[in-house]
Design a protein around this ligand. Structure first.
Ligand SMILES: [Zn+2]
Ligand SMILES: [Zn+2]
Length: 366
């Protein structure tokens, strides 16, 4: 592998302790880099132009057609098992993939050019807090195998990783056709003279146009975590975004995006579909609606490439991988978990016998 360029050497210098020469690490919950050895503290300075730049969105069409956005060169390592690709730091000997627990092979490193992240949410939850949240959650898992609780409780290996996301703003012009259903009561007289009321629906053909604006549609640019698990980490407070600065990354790994910008926007379109259909139903009105055709045009689309912080741990149990993730901005915890068959059987058996006893008791009460 080739040694780093001068550009990365400069970054290296910036995150080296003036006092003792050790590597400075970003300290969660602050805007400081801290030396783990001598305790020296370095504030990360951000000027106003950088701040304004960070929240500014880029033009989607312009980018997709001309491909002229800022790019950066990075060295990454890819996991053969789950496909996660994270930045490779030659200082840290990484042997295990954070996303699936499989061994990483150092030959799988390579340098590539990617769209530079514009902004990021810094870590707020410290590793110590994350570990406490992890242990609390593991102890509380109902019907989890006891072996898991004793095993993972003490040996939890938590890694701080920045996960890539795309955000989109877009104007939509929606064209629809459908039917509006208005209910009414129809009264009929039966053979024996009784009045029967029944509900009927009168359907009329409708069509219309709606304009909707969507702001900050957040979609993951990572494939290494299940999508529902990532969406469960919501909400993120994007007001706390800071300009992208490698100093914030020091001490953590950064996953590179595997879902490109175009595919990211496709996902965003799917994500907003329920909102569009809801709005169409409102527009149609009446008691019932049927949507037959929808055409959506997107214009003035802007995007941002951002990084969000998570603490992650993966463990293998009975040959299956389970992941534990913490939103490192809010402390929200999400977990995939194994179920103990034996504990469930015992619980079901207990419920059955209690019910049986109760029935016996009720039958013999008089
Ligand atoms: Zn130091
Ligand atoms: Zn992996």
């Amino acid at each position: 592998m080739k040694k780093e360029t001068t550009e990365t050497n400069n970054i290296q210098k910036e995150i080296t302790c003036n006092n003792c020469g050790a590597k400075l690490i970003f300290e969660p919950g602050t805007d400081n880099l801290k030396c783990e050895f001598c305790g020296a503290v370095n504030k990360i300075e951000t000027d106003e132009t950088e701040k304004a730049e960070a929240v500014k969105e880029l033009d989607y069409e312009n980018f997709v057609n001309n491909n002229n956005s800022e790019k950066i060169k990075i060295t990454t390592i890819k996991c053969d098992t789950c496909g996660a690709e994270t930045t490779f730091d030659s200082d840290i000997i990484t042997s295990i993939c954070d996303f699936c627990g499989s061994p990483l092979i150092s030959e799988n490193t390579h340098t590539s050019e990617i769209i530079s992240p514009k902004a990021l949410l810094p870590f707020k939850i410290t590793k110590k807090q994350a570990l406490e949240l992890y242990q609390k959650k593991i102890q509380k898992l109902w019907f989890a195998p006891s072996k898991l609780k004793t095993k993972t409780g003490n040996t939890a290996k938590l890694s701080g990783v920045y996960i890539p996301f795309w955000t989109f703003d877009t104007h939509t012009h929606i064209n629809y056709r459908g039917k509006r259903g208005d209910d009414y009561i129809e009264k009929t007289i039966s053979d024996d003279g009784e009045t029967i009321s029944s509900r009927r629906t009168r359907w009329t053909n409708v069509s219309g146009n709606i304009n909707m604006y969507f702001n900050d549609i957040i979609v993951p640019a990572s494939k290494s975590l299940p999508t529902d698990l990532i969406y469960d980490l919501d909400p993120w407070n994007l007001k706390e975004l800071v300009p992208y600065n490698t100093k914030y990354l020091s001490g953590f790994k950064t996953e590179t995006y595997q879902i490109n910008l175009k595919k990211g926007f496709d996902t965003a379109k799917i994500k907003i579909e329920p909102d569009i259909r809801f709005k169409i139903r409102q527009d149609i009105g009446g008691d019932r609606q049927q949507i037959d055709f929808v055409n959506t045009e997107y214009s003035n689309t802007k995007f941002k490439h951002i990084l969000m912080p998570v603490w992650i741990s993966s463990y293998k149990y009975n040959d299956k991988i389970y992941r534990f993730i913490i939103n490192a901005q809010t402390g929200k915890v999400k977990t995939e978990r194994p179920w103990s068959k034996i504990k469930i059987i015992i619980a079901v058996a207990a419920i059955i016998s209690i019910t049986g006893a109760l029935i016996y008791f009720l039958q013999n009460i008089n």
